[in-house]
Design a protein around this ligand. Sequence first.
Ligand code: ATP
Length: 444
Amino acid sequence: MEKIVSLCKRRGFIFQSSEIYGGLNGVWDYGPLGVELKNNLKQYWWQVTVRDRDDVVGLDGAILTHPAVLKASGHVDTFTDPMVDCRTCKARLRADQLAEKNGAKQCPNCGGKDLTEARPFNLMFQTQMGASADPASIAYLRPETAQSIFVQFKNVLDVSRKKLPFGIAQIGKAFRNEINPRNFTFRSREFEQMELEYFCRPEQGMDLLAYWLKERIKFYEEIGISRKRLHILDVPEKERAFYSKGTFDIEYEFPFGRQELEGVAYRTDYDLQQHIKASGKSLDYFDEETKERFVPHVVEPSAGVDRTVLALICDAYDEDSAPDEKGKMETRIVMRFHPRMAPIKCAIFPLLRNKEPLVAKAREVQALLRPHINVFYDEGGAIGRRYRRQDEIGTPFGVTIDFETLGEKGEEVRDTVTLRDRDSMKQERVAIKDLPQIISTKIR
Ligand code: ATP
């Protein structure tokens, strides 16, 4: 994990937020490469979850949330983690995550065993809306994106004219005042979720739970996460929310242990019923064919953007060996991102920076590829070193413009370049005009 955290900072994937002021605990900023990776992930999720389907529409709800919404959902009263204080070092700790030694719970900071009783700590961030500070002006930063979907269910149903089963999807920020943010971005206080609420008839719930679990596993495979590091936990009844008839956690083997990436839960009609009761408004569905009116049930695949980005980074990290400029073997760090997720798809290198025709041609290739994919132009340093820099950030393709390209080694290779593959390090010579097609096919 240390190597990964260090690479993330060194190459601009993830920085500690407010770092120059000592950092804000549990909050992270994504650097130039991190934001590309994160956007690729979110766009792909949106593509397969919303745009590729006839039965799902999108929503972008507000972060600031009316307290009545979160009162009805149960978050105001019960969205808590058990907290204890260590009397020795004053650390605040999450009671259910403490290691035990000789049957007694122990503080991970100082090893002390003098801990207070556990008490519930509400994880929501509260804020004040408007200029007056009375209790009526309280609002919350949403702790999950799901609630705006439930609250807008009727509006979306009316405008989209969807028939059951259908879903509403959302990607957005969520905030939880975690007692112990830890394991890099894994447990953050500000994070992003990709959630789908898939509404259905009650009798379809269990089948759709199995269907969405399968779909979601497929998704992780499609973004390049190895199946052998993914695990499915069938959450036992006593650990599920009381209203859930079935919940699966999709877990990933992080370097710090097996941990949840996503929860796929059959939540029955609990959420809509809660909002019906609290708002007094009808959030039901009229089935034109059977002439029945009822409250739909819902299956919810709820994934974390940041946790998936972290899994992508952990899964991609690899070390092998490659020859340096003198042919001596050296360790190569290579991020084996799936080309679909890679922040930069293709790097463009003029063989020499001080040969104007090479540079001009390389700029031409850059202009040709730019409308199709994210490219990076680099003319600095020996070519081997430039390849290495791209391997370390997971760029799947490298194009080198050399003297053959200029036609100096024969007309038959004029306007061809070498296309290098990150994983095999093999190079093939291809025509410049074919590059957009060749690379686009490989990254889709
Ligand atoms: P955990 O048990 O790890 O706290 P959870 O079961 O409370 O997670 P859910 O409420 O099911 O999480 O949220 C759905 C998804 O949102 C999680 O699977 C995870 O990917 C993401 N998520 C939740 N809390 C955090 C967090 N503090 N930091 C980053 N991602 C989070």
